[in-house]
Design a protein around this ligand. Structure first.
Ligand SMILES: [Zn+2]
Length: 296
């Protein structure tokens, strides 16, 4: 990882917070404290993952009901920071015993999530479609597609859907094993075409991991990485699913895994992220609570 910040001349002070070193610019000039560019050119994105909201008792380290309070705290921060959009990286809800109960979990969490930011992107996680169909989930959050791309302030964003079995069937209503995550041929073809037509710095959002070949990885992740690397424009992939902090660099692309909001009890056991992207594609990740911070 290169530190493109080391050559900047403005005054900095360093703060040690949650074991992470933050570099902040002095308040004397108009440069952005994170990326050193004109702040009005920077794109700000709020990120959260693995909220697993469900009105059911705690199981192991997953405190499903506490997600509402944790989200409320994150929302206060996001409302101040005013991101251009917010992306939720999957497992927004946890499984219910019935479709009706699951719909009510989705309604409850989205009622609290939606007011945070007008533009929202929902990445499908395996738990989102454990009880519901993809259509039911997407209509509950008013999103048309499970995979698509969009541009914001000169940056290209790709949303992926890896909730497909190896035989190409979409996940729905407990018809799958969570370890059998795949991106089917039609989506790969779409992805390759989408990236071919694009010349902007690109950021990818996914739920299941594209940087590991264990149970948390997409089974055909090598093929997906090949397509991402071939484009030459992909700067980073943000993913959830394994609930832990992780960062890998493969083929010149950063694969950043974000921490789950649902893990642990109490407001200190939460995680959310503010990402700042400069026009040249440099990225700063400001992690809160259990989430680590990075810049590259
Ligand atoms: Zn999860």
């Amino acid at each position: 990882m290169t530190d493109s910040f080391s050559t900047r001349s403005f005054h900095r002070r360093t703060i040690l917070k949650q074991g992470t070193l933050f570099l902040l610019a002095g308040a004397m000039n108009s440069v952005d404290p994170i990326l050193g560019a004109d702040p009005s050119d920077n794109l700000k994105v709020g990120l959260v993952t693995d909220m697993h909201y469900a009105d059911k008792p705690t199981r192991g380290s997953r405190h499903y009901r506490e997600t509402l309070d944790k989200l409320e705290a994150a929302a206060i921060h996001f409302e101040k920071a005013k991101p251009h959009f917010i992306a939720e990286l999957g497992d927004f809800i946890d499984a219910a015993d019935s479709v009706d109960a699951e719909q009510s979990y989705l309604k409850t969490i989205n009622k609290q999530f939606a007011p945070i930011c007008k533009e929202r992107h929902y990445i499908l996680g395996n738990h989102c479609v454990d009880t519901l169909t993809k259509e039911e989930f997407l209509s509950g959050v008013e999103q048309k597609k499970s995979y698509y791309s969009f541009d914001q302030k000169g940056i290209h964003f790709v949303v992926l859907d890896s909730c497909f079995r190896s035989d190409g069937k979409p996940y729905q209503r407990k018809n799958f094993q969570w370890t059998d995550a795949n991106i089917p041929p039609a989506e790969l073809e779409w992805l390759a075409g989408d990236l071919e037509d694009n010349d902007k710095p690109t950021i990818v959002f996914a739920h299941q991991r594209l940087d590991v070949s264990n149970n948390h990885g997409v089974r055909n992740c090598r093929k997906v990485r090949e397509i991402l690397e071939k484009s030459g424009n992909v700067k980073a992939v943000f993913q959830g699913h394994s609930h832990q902090n992780d960062l890998k660099e493969i083929g010149g692309i950063h694969y950043c895994t974000l921490v789950a909001m649902v893990e642990g009890s109490g407001e200190e056991n939460s995680a959310y992220t503010m990402m700042t992207v400069a026009k040249n594609g440099s990225i700063a990740i400001e992690g809160f609570l259990k989430q680590k911070s990075y810049q590259w």
